[in-house]
Ligand binder design. Structure first.
Ligand SMILES: NC(=O)c1ccc[n+]([C@@H]2O[C@H](COP(=O)([O-])OP(=O)(O)OC[C@H]3O[C@@H](n4cnc5c(N)ncnc54)[C@H](OP(=O)(O)O)[C@@H]3O)[C@@H](O)[C@H]2O)c1
Length: 324
């Protein structure tokens, strides 16, 4: 029927959540599949796409698509030139897992500072080891330390709030400095003075999107401007960092260590030197995982769908030119 709004969900979405979407309006027809062939058939009539599986081929086969809702906060994989040039609105899932990602970032900071990574290695070998004096003297406290948050959005803002609760000094940078400074941020640093933030921080946390402006933003010069006692935490995207330079920085002691959830190539290659580094904690791009993800994502999508049906502006609209 032409007056029905066709919503296509390009993943195997649990029926409970599909029902929630269907319940938004009787004028909505919801279909879901992750099968690429079937998707290519269904996309022709879709008005709205909740995008799991996505490709250029799929987008080009869409004839009446008006809105894509991303499953994730980061939309770098969806921003094909064709999508950017089109009139299709793109919304992201920013906020859905900012609690999980911010806790993950704080967890990495705590683990590196309290040396959990060394103790877990010892535990695997049944070793009670208190003789490593150098290690024990490096056991630190977050309280009193400085965190520099690069990207003060939903995730960065939550990291700032939690870091403040732990007694840290909070520096942050974001693109737009004209918005008011959140109270738990001690100093907002303009992006052009980012190196000063890097130099002043004991922990540098990357919480910004991957865009043409941010790709490889952490290279040799940035890593060298950090203190040799400081840590890099990346809970965003691997391509923000020149990984080869990061490996060199960790090997040569430009910085003390890193907590990494995102990598230039994922899965991280089996022969990456990062795996064996004692001063690195690796998590496999799981910072955003939480049991509440699908509930919150579905609630966001249903709210947005109601807005869409009423002709109102949508929540979390991405500026396709800026890339976030
Ligand atoms: N590891 C994971 O599992 C996981 C999970 C979720 C998200 N992520 C990543 O985390 C990113 C951030 O998510 P979010 O929800 O916090 O996004 P968000 O609310 O849109 O915040 C993005 C922040 O980055 C800032 N920013 C953008 N470009 C910048 C630049 N060139 N220099 C400095 N700051 C810049 C923005 O500045 P303004 O405030 O001035 O606009 C904003 O503060 C996502 O894009 C995604 O890549 C990772």
């Amino acid at each position: 029927m032409d007056d029905e709004l066709n919503v296509l969900v390009s993943l195997d979405f649990p029926s409970l959540y599909l029902k929630k979407i269907q319940d938004v309006s009787s004028g909505v027809k919801v279909q879901a599949t992750s099968d690429t062939k079937e998707l290519l058939t269904l996309i022709g009539d879709a008005d709205v796409l909740l995008a799991g599986v996505f490709s250029r081929e799929l987008f080009l086969a869409a004839k009446r698509l008006k809105w894509i809702q991303s499953l994730f906060a980061g939309v770098d994989r969806l921003l094909l030139p064709e999508v950017v040039q089109s009139k299709v609105t793109l919304t992201n899932a920013s906020g859905v897992n900012s609690t999980a990602v911010s806790e993950h970032a704080i967890g990495l900071m705590l683990a590196l500072s309290r040396k959990f990574h060394f103790f877990v290695r010892n535990q695997i070998e049944n070793r009670w080891k208190t003789s490593d004096v150098e290690l024990l003297t490096q056991m630190e406290e977050l309280s009193g330390k400085t965190v520099g948050i690069v990207g003060l959005g939903r995730i960065g803002g939550e990291i700032a709030r939690k870091a403040k609760c732990l007694g840290m000094t909070v520096l942050a940078t974001r693109r737009n400095l004209s918005a008011p400074k959140p109270e738990h941020v001690d100093r907002l640093v303009p992006t052009e003075h980012r190196k000063q933030l890097l130099a002043d921080s004991d922990f540098v946390v990357l919480a910004l999107p991957l865009t043409k402006d941010t790709e490889k933003m952490i290279g040799e010069a940035e890593l060298k401007s950090m203190k040799n006692t400081s840590y890099l935490i990346n809970v965003s995207r691997g391509k923000l960092v020149e990984e080869e330079k990061l490996v060199q920085a960790l090997n040569e002691g430009w910085i003390a260590g890193a907590g990494l959830d995102a990598f230039e190539v994922e899965p991280l290659l089996r022969d990456s030197p990062l795996w064996q580094m004692k001063n690195v904690i690796i998590t496999p791009h799981v910072a955003g995982l939480t049991p509440y993800y699908l509930d919150r994502l579905t609630d966001l999508f249903c709210d947005n769908l109601s807005h869409f049906l009423r002709g109102e502006s949508l929540i979390n609209v991405v500026d396709k030119k800026l890339g976030y």
